[in-house]
Design a protein around this ligand. Structure first.
Ligand SMILES: *[C@@H]1O[C@H](CO)[C@@H](O)[C@H](O)[C@H]1NC(C)=O
Ligand SMILES: *[C@@H]1O[C@H](CO)[C@@H](O)[C@H](O)[C@H]1NC(C)=O
Ligand SMILES: *[C@@H]1O[C@H](CO)[C@@H](O)[C@H](O)[C@H]1NC(C)=O
Ligand SMILES: *[C@@H]1O[C@H](CO)[C@@H](O)[C@H](O)[C@H]1NC(C)=O
Length: 370
């Protein structure tokens, strides 16, 4: 009792004297919710966030690379490998707002195929038996063969849906929660529609996806070039992408073209594996060298905005016309000529790639703990 009174008096004194340092002020704390189409080696976004002093409130799964449930199970497995099972995983929407595999494949027949179709790829049970994540067919089936990181021994948090969880969190920590979305934007769109104050109460929306002016790379490059310049995240759920990037988040940061800047190389995988732990092993053995560090780039920019060396502020929208060849592509506009009802986003053009790679390496070498 006595000591309580003393500490209260101390606190009041500190406040009067203004000794309450900036860093202790609760409003400086940064939180993150990471919404992704998680795969076998997907731990870097949450490691980077935690190493950057952000509290990760939870992971959320969406349908993108594969169906939501399979992605959510990869999220659980990745947390388990990292000994971070204190972080909950909430299941997001399994179906995009409108799109379906059949509808998407019909669009491809008319407008041309995407090199990678994620969950909307054709059903191939033979491929699944050899370790491919499920595509088309029953969206709730689980393909254990695809879990090179180990099948999870933990479970989803079923207390609420992903969209509700995000809404609750921005109310609990107004203007402090970064929403990271590196897959389809279905859950973000649902949260925007559930609660009109959701977007404005968040700190920011950080997106991986949204390539601008890459037609020539797709046309003249090889299959791999076409692949990394195709925008499955927006095209999986174009209507959700439009709702999300038209919403009144204080800032929307888009890592589109820049996500192709830093390529995974064998040299870097080997460098990381100089320190041996379950994370560096998984990264070394299974990240591969085919792809750039897409989600890691978006996470890096969220954690440390100073790695973005060149950004543009631009009016942006998403094409939601199913009959259009650019259905699901980002559109950018001159301020004077823009259509009504759209907003500006921060489009990242260039990052400090060496710094990103250093951040990633340190996050794997000395991983954060619960
Ligand atoms: C779950 O436990 C089994 C048995 O110990 C193990 O083989 C597997 O790797 C674990 N899963 C993960 C993701 O660590
Ligand atoms: C997780 O904990 C186990 C058991 O203590 C340990 O062997 C493993 O190295 C830890 N993983 C990481 C990524 O630190
Ligand atoms: C299904 O996947 C297998 C194994 O990856 C592949 O050999 C085969 O060509 C695929 N079938 C179709 C119809 O694409
Ligand atoms: C920043 O990026 C834009 C778009 O790629 C480019 O036009 C501009 O020259 C760049 N600015 C600098 C200072 O490099």
């Amino acid at each position: 009792m006595e000591s309580n009174r003393t500490s209260l008096a101390c606190l009041i004194l500190m406040m009067i004297l203004g000794v309450w340092s900036e860093n202790d002020a609760p409003s400086d704390k940064r939180y993150a919710i990471l919404d992704n189409d998680w795969l076998a080696v997907g731990f870097l976004p949450f490691l980077l966030a935690m190493k950057g002093d952000m509290e990760v409130l939870g992971l959320v799964s969406n349908t993108g690379n594969t169906w939501q449930k399979q992605c959510g199970l990869h999220a659980l497995a990745n947390l388990e490998v990292a000994n971070l099972t204190c972080i909950p995983v909430y299941q997001g929407a399994t179906w995009p707002l409108i799109n379906t595999p059949e509808r998407f494949q019909a669009w491809e027949t008319v407008h041309g195929r995407l090199p990678f179709q994620g969950a909307f790829g054709p059903l191939n049970l033979t491929a699944e038996q050899t370790g491919k994540n499920p595509t088309s067919g029953d969206p709730n089936r689980v393909v254990k063969e695809a879990f090179v990181e180990g099948f999870p021994n933990t479970s989803f948090n079923d207390a609420t849906s992903a969209a509700n969880f995000m809404v609750e969190m921005v109310h609990r920590h107004p203007f402090q929660v970064s929403i990271f979305s590196a897959g389809a934007l279905t859950n973000v769109a649902l949260a925007v529609r559930i609660d009109p104050s959701f977007a404005s109460l968040a700190k920011e929306l950080v997106i991986m996806g949204g390539y601008v002016d890459v037609d020539m790379f797709r046309a003249l490059g090889d299959y791999g070039q076409a692949n990394i310049n195709s925008d499955i995240n927006f095209k999986m759920d174009p209507e959700a992408a439009k709702i999300a990037i038209n919403a009144d988040f204080p800032d929307i940061i888009i890592a589109g073209n820049v996500a192709n800047q830093v390529q995974a190389t064998q040299e870097y995988l080997d460098e990381v594996y100089q320190v041996k732990n379950p994370l560096t092993r998984l990264f070394h053995d299974h990240y591969g060298t085919r792809f750039p560090f897409w989600d890691e780039t978006a996470a890096g920019v969220m954690v440390d905005p100073s790695i973005a060396l060149n950004t543009s502020t631009v009016y942006a929208d998403v094409d939601i016309s199913y009959g259009s060849a650019s259905y699901g592509d980002i559109l950018v506009y001159n301020p004077e000529l823009r259509p009504a009802g759209i907003r500006k986003v921060t489009y990242v053009n260039q990052i400090d790639g060496a710094k990103l790679k250093e951040m990633m390496k340190q996050a794997m070498w000395e991983p954060p703990t619960c």
